[in-house]
Ligand binder design. Structure first.
Ligand code: FPP
Length: 238
């Protein structure tokens, strides 16, 4: 069925966030090094970007590197950063064809200069694309984002003493992006790991046992179908 017809029949989540977990376990199960799992994880991320765009998702946030991931070995950190670079460089033609706009969430200033440049170039080169927005959460932590938002708010509003939820939302990394409707976590752990803490207050959560490198479009479809059965009450009554 055509994308438009599908959308009118079903309610597609506008914003999907994904905690792409299980790359290391995927590699370990096969007797491979962890970095091989990340390489396959990148391939899965590409499949899911295409599938989400085809499904009519408007915003897709991918948790690629957390503020805590610096604790991993230098080799693993370097490898993941290399993959980010590779993704941003190699995907421009795909982004152009599918009108995908690339954005970033996280502490930009804490990233190595070459990664900053690569992200800034992709953000700039895709800024006018009107299709799905892919938000790469790199050096991202939910607590860190809230602290940075507060610091920005305070330095811009020195006189203001009462702070509202709206004030904080306005200083998050991507204030124009709606809160995620659906958060997906692969590889079976039941935790949010500092992902979109503020924004996920009313998100529906879908946890799958499948390891991230094994994910394909059918898994995304399953998560979306499950989401469509949820009764979202936002603390009220149905
Ligand atoms: C979690 O699995 C995965 C990461 C910390 C890295 C995710 C990065 C990628 C998929 C590549 C970059 C992606 C893009 C879109 C640029 P884990 O290593 O914690 O797995 P484990 O819990 O099984 O050890």
């Amino acid at each position: 069925m055509e994308k438009k017809a599908l959308e009118s029949l079903r309610r597609v989540p506008e914003h999907v966030g994904i905690i792409m977990d299980g790359n290391g376990r995927w590699a370990q199960k096969r007797g491979l090094v962890r970095t091989q799992g990340h390489l396959e994880g990148l391939k899965a991320a590409k499949r899911i970007v295409k599938a989400a765009s085809d499904q009519g998702v408007k915003y897709l946030t991918l948790y690629a590197f957390s503020t805590e991931n610096w604790k991993r070995t230098e080799e693993e950190v370097g490898f993941i950063m290399g993959l980010v670079k590779q993704y941003l460089r190699a995907e421009f033609d795909f982004s152009k064809k599918n009108k995908i706009r690339v954005r970033h969430a996280g502490d930009f200033s804490g990233l190595p200069a070459d990664i900053q440049k690569e992200i800034a170039d992709s953000v700039k080169d895709t800024a006018d694309f009107s299709g799905m927005q892919v938000i790469l959460a790199i050096n991202y932590g939910g607590r860190d984002e809230i602290v940075r938002a507060l610091c920005k708010f305070i330095s811009a509003n020195k006189e203001k003493e009462d702070i509202s939820e709206k004030d904080i939302s306005a200083y998050l990394d991507n204030p124009d992006v709606p809160d995620p409707d659906l958060i997906i976590r692969s590889a079976g752990e039941y935790r949010t790991s500092n992902f979109l803490l503020w924004e996920s207050a009313y998100s529906e959560i879908f946890i799958s046992d499948k390891l991230w490198p094994d994910w394909d479009k059918d898994d995304l479809e399953e998560a979306i179908t499950d989401f469509q059965k949820r009764d979202r009450r936002y603390g009220g009554l149905s």
